[in-house]
Design a protein around this ligand. Sequence first.
Ligand code: NAP
Length: 276
Amino acid sequence: MKTVVITGGTDGMGAALARHYLRQGNQVTVVGRSRAKFDALVTALTAEGVPSIAERAHFIGADLSLVADSEAVVQQLKKRHERIDVLILAASFIRQKRHLTDEGHEASWVLFFISKYLFVTGLADRLAASTRPVILNTSVPGTKVNAIDFDDVESIEAFTFARSNARQRRANELLGILATRNPKVSYLTWGPSRLVRTSFAGDVGPVMKYASTLLGPLIGQEPDKAVQPLIALIADPPGGRTAYRGSKRVRLNEGPDDNHDLDRLAASVGNVNADK
Ligand SMILES: NC(=O)c1ccc[n+]([C@@H]2O[C@H](COP(=O)([O-])OP(=O)(O)OC[C@H]3O[C@@H](n4cnc5c(N)ncnc54)[C@H](OP(=O)(O)O)[C@@H]3O)[C@@H](O)[C@H]2O)c1
């Protein structure tokens, strides 16, 4: 039996993965904001006849756009699990405009990068206890190596959705360097091969809303189908730091300053903690 942790496991592709690992008989801890969505997932699986769901499915409610919540979840996970085999980072809330949290940080930067950084570093010892640990980060690979403005990681000076998105994606590719310092760890950055029909949780403008509400149902893949390549990769992880679109392996953009950039990212997270 594997221990699987899924952020964003209450909806979309995260929920599809939660259903899969619960049907397979694993221990699954879902992190999200909506207890009601988690309860509905458990009810549906129980109605399907999946055994011992109550003992194997767990929920931790948290807003991962908050540093304090992210840190608290890591502590709860450490208390609950001596070993984590699979860590899936799939929480998503798309904001097209800059949004400051109550902690005074840019919400998307925390949700899509700092929170993931805290999970990967804070749970490193629990992952190390697994024979073949996998970290699956649903961060679409393939941004430019200079996508991060280290003088303005939270986009105080100039925010655009495209720049903020590219910055998070680049940061998550670099995070893989840190994760795979443990050579047992497979760290995958992954994006679907095409649009997936999910809830597209977010606060977005009319064009993106149109794309998700009209195009999603028309041309989007079902989440259960979209995650099939992920399930195969997690079952037989490639080792090291890799990137995929659907089932196709894609090149990781590597730059001469990657290690230095990773150090600067780590320092920026340290500063967020120091600010508290
Ligand atoms: N759908 C696509 O076509 C597509 C394309 C490219 C990349 N992706 C990536 O794939 C991943 C999964 O996306 P999806 O479309 O399946 O997601 P989704 O259906 O929009 O679901 C988002 C999940 O994130 C959780 N979440 C949102 N804000 C949160 C917060 N502040 N704290 C904690 N949890 C939060 C939601 O839980 P609650 O509702 O319980 O809060 C939900 O479980 C994301 O990384 C996304 O960027 C998706």
